[in-house]
Design a protein around this ligand. Structure first.
Ligand SMILES: C[S@@+](CC[C@H](N)C(=O)[O-])C[C@H]1O[C@@H](n2cnc3c(N)ncnc32)[C@H](O)[C@@H]1O
Length: 244
């Protein structure tokens, strides 16, 4: 719900959030904590709830970041992955996915709609010497009826066993397409001939999610299991079998 409300926040207010995040002193402190967390992780520290919550604080964009439950689901899924991973909406999830991916020699392909945000995330990756991310600035465009990242000109693998779907942020400036939210993931990738395995959808009980989950089920045979948590719900979406 918080993120739905944010999809209606007027631009100047979002600018204030962003400025706070980019404040040089706060950023220096955050970066220092972030670096320490990355080092701890690389030297074998378990990615438990405490670690994830500290990491979120150090990242410093808590209003727009994935919740600890979503991050911890991300970790346990990637620990079992063997192919490149697609991420929709970059941020703290990019760093976490990349760090877990490092251990398995996996590349994270991350789509980001906002150029300033892509630069910010890119700098954090570089500062922490994280090299297994292909971060792509892909502005949103209309696909007629829905909006999604413009992936026409970028190279992508043709199979993603696992997709992190925590973006795009579809604000209400998009008119009717606002209601279709993140639906575009499946049709846009299918159009490119790229296949998708499982999806971890964040904010799975926000008002636009029911329509998206219904369409993915009817049009693409993808069922879902809701993961309810005090810090925010998400859903594990996968091809339907007799389980669904
Ligand atoms: C829900 S956020 C994705 C967050 C990312 N997965 C994470 O956990 O940090 C979706 C999109 O919102 C945008 N965004 C991130 N932080 C923002 C902020 N503080 N203000 C406005 N937009 C923001 C970025 O374009 C991002 O891709």
């Amino acid at each position: 719900m918080l993120k739905y409300i944010k999809s209606r926040i007027p631009a100047p207010l979002k600018q204030t959030v962003r400025q706070t995040l980019l404040d040089p002193i706060q950023r220096k402190v955050g970066d220092w904590h972030l670096k320490r967390s990355v080092q701890a992780f690389r030297s074998g520290r378990a990615l438990d709830r405490d670690f994830i919550e500290n990491f979120r604080r150090a990242w410093g964009n808590e209003g727009f970041s994935a919740d600890a439950t979503y991050i911890s689901e991300t970790v346990s899924r990637i620990e079992r992955c063997n192919t490149p991973i697609l991420e929709c909406g970059s941020g703290i999830t990019t760093l976490v996915a990349a760090l877990v991916g490092e251990r398995r020699n996996l590349t994270i392909w991350s789509l980001e709609q906002d150029s300033e945000w892509a630069d910010f995330v890119g700098r954090r990756l570089k500062k922490n010497n994280i090299r297994n991310v292909e971060l792509k600035h892909t502005p949103l465009r209309s696909y007629g009826g829905f909006v999604w990242y413009d992936i026409e000109k970028i190279e992508l693998p043709n199979y993603f066993e696992f997709v992190l779907c925590d973006g795009p942020a579809v604000f209400d400036v998009w008119g009717a397409a606002h209601a279709q939210w993140r639906y575009g993931l499946l049709p846009a990738l299918a159009d490119r001939g790229a296949k998708v395995g499982d999806i971890l959808l964040d904010d799975a009980t926000e008002p636009r999610a029911a329509n998206l989950l219904r369409r993915w089920r009817q049009e693409y045979g993808m069922g879902h299991r809701l993961i309810r948590a005090a810090d925010g719900d998400c859903a594990f979406v996968s091809r339907m079998t007799s389980r669904h």
